[in-house]
Design a protein around this ligand. Sequence first.
Ligand code: PGA
Length: 285
Amino acid sequence: MSHSKIKTWIIGNWKKNPASLEEVTALVTNTKNILTKSKTQNFLQSDCANLMFVPSTLHIIPVKSLIADTEILVGCQDISSKSATVGAYTGDCSAQQMKESGVSWSLVGHSERREYHRENNEVLTAKLQHAYKQGLGVVFCIGETLTEYDSKKTIEVLHSQLAVIKDFVAVELAKIEGDADKVLSDFAKKIIIAYEPVWAIGTGKVPTVAEVEAVNKDIRQYLTSIHASLMPVSILYGGSVSPDNAEQFASSDVINGALVGGASLVADKFLSIAETFFTIKSEQS
Ligand code: PGA
C-alpha cells in the first residue's frame, strides 16, 4: 500500500479548554460557519480525510449535538484504565460510557497524562484493551522529552512507548483462532499514532520536517515488524502545529496529519491547518 492511501487526520485536542459552554458553542459554531464555505467540506465527504474535535469530557455531549449535521467526529481525551465498563472508580469515565456518548476515538498516552498522572505502559495497555473491547479507536501519543532528544535517545524512547502496541497485539494474536490478518487489519483501522515531541508541545518550537520524517518512517517500520497488517495506520505529527508551519509538515508524504492543541481553539486557524493538509494530501495521492 502506498503512503498516499493512508488516511489523513486533523485532530483538535482542546485539553482543559474552553472555560464555558458558551465559548464551546461559539468555537463550534464558528468552525461550522467557516467549514461550509471551505474546500475542507468537500474533502470530508471522502473517506480519506477526517476532522475530529477532542473536547473535555464535560463538553462531549453538547459538542456532539452541535456538530450532528456535519462530518466532524468527536473524540475523548481519556478513558478509565480500571475497567472497560462500569464500576466503583470515582472520577473515571469508561470506554463504554464514551462510546455510548457518541465518541469514536480516545487519546491515549498524551504526554500531559504521562507526566501529570504518571501513566506508564501498564496503565496505557489497560486503556488500549478497554478501548478495543468497546470498539473505540485509539490515538496513541508518543514522544521524547528535551533531555532525551538532546541525548539522541528519541528512537529508543519511542520504541519503549510503542511496546504497548506490540504487547497488545501479542496478547490479541494469542487469542485468535481464525484469520489473524483480518483481525489485525480491523485493529489497524482503530489505531492512529501521534508523534509529539514533548518539547514541541505548546512551546512554538518544532522539529525539522526531516527529523519528523525519520521518526515517522521508523514508527511505520516498527508497526509493520509487529505485523504487516498494521501498514495502513496513520502516523501524525503534533506539537505547535500552526497555519504557518502546516504546509511544511503536510508536504511530507510520511506525515499523515496533525494533532493540534492551541491552534484548534481558534476556528480559522484549525480549519486553515485542515485545508492545507487535505489539499496537499489529495495532490500526493
Ligand atoms: P500544541 O499541543 O499544538 O498546543 O503544541 C499539541 C498537543 O498537545 O496535542
